[in-house]
Every structure is written in structure tokens, then in C-alpha cells.
Write a protein that binds this ligand. Structure first.
Ligand code: CO
Length: 155
């Protein structure tokens, strides 16, 4: 595994729509492993392909207290259900030290493939729902700033 460079706001790749993953091979597994390690080291709860310079529909998330215990990998994710709403502060590893209040659904269900190509569904609430929305936005070239209602001090 290796730490990859996190692309920052201003980098064009962050504004582009990502491509579907079609090959579930060793290269994908290395990418996911590297993304998880990079996210953990940076202290984030989510990271996507374009943030490490790869224009692919891949996401890693971990909203747990202990790194590694709640690892989620989403390949080609699509939000298929959402309900309710929540307002809370949000940040992004590609936009260091900037936090803002963003409204997101309270609960979402996502359909995605795992690293081997197998489809599954995952339902998340609260912070996990927020992370799923934030990260799937990245795959469309959308940064959370577009949703900020009001900037705030920190997370
Ligand atoms: Co982000």
C-alpha cells in the first residue's frame, strides 16, 4: 500500500465526471487500498478516485472511531433512496481547513459494487448518509462548497 497525493481544490480533475469501473482487477484493489490508507492518514472519513488523480467511480468511507473496523468500499455507487434531512458542518480533504453547513438527507440507500464486482445495497444514516452523499457528489465533479449554506469555524 502507498500514500497517494490528495488533489486540492483548483485542480481540474475535481470538476470532472468520473468513469464507470469495468475491470475488477489487482489494479483496482491497489487503488482502493491506497485510497483507504491515504484517507486514514489524512484523518478523513471519505475519499474518492478523482481526489487521488484517478477519474474512476470509486469511494472509500470510514465513519467509525477505530480505523479499519468500519471500512466501506463503493465501486460505481448510485444513491437509490433518500429520506429526511439533516444540517451539519462538513469538510473535505481536497478543501483543507474550510468547513460549512450543508443540508443532506438523514438517511440514504446506495447500490454499489464491491472490489470484486459484486452488487450490494447499503443504508446509512446521519454521518454515514452525509459521507455517502458528499463522496458520490465528487464522482460527478461536485465539491461540497456548491451546497454550503453558511461557512463555519470547524467540524
Ligand atoms: Co470531499
Amino acid at each position: 500500500m502507498a500514500i497517494r497525493e490528495i488533489r486540492l481544490e483548483g485542480d481540474e480533475i475535481l470538476t470532472k465526471k468520473c468513469k464507470e469501473v469495468k475491470l475488477f482487477n489487482e489494479r483496482l484493489h491497489t487503488l482502493l487500498d491506497d485510497m483507504y490508507e491515504t484517507m486514514t492518514k489524512a484523518g478523513g472519513v471519505g475519499l474518492t478516485g478523482p481526489q487521488v488523480g484517478v477519474l474512476k467511480r470509486v469511494v472509500v468511507i470510514d465513519v467509525g472511531e477505530t480505523p479499519g473496523e468500519n471500512k466501506i468500499e463503493l465501486v460505481n455507487p448510485e444513491i437509490i433512496e433518500s429520506e429526511g434531512s439533516q444540517r451539519d458542518s462538513e469538510g473535505c480533504l481536497s478543501v483543507p481547513d474550510i468547513f460549512g453547513i450543508v443540508e443532506r438527507p438523514k438517511k440514504v440507500t446506495v447500490r454499489a459494487q464491491d472490489r470484486y464486482g459484486k452488487w450490494f445495497k447499503l443504508t446509512g444514516e446521519d454521518l454515514l448518509a452525509r459521507a455517502i452523499c458528499h463522496e458520490t457528489d465528487h464522482l460527478e465533479g461536485i465539491i461540497f462548497r456548491e451546497h454550503v449554506i453558511e461557512y463555519c469555524e470547524k467540524k
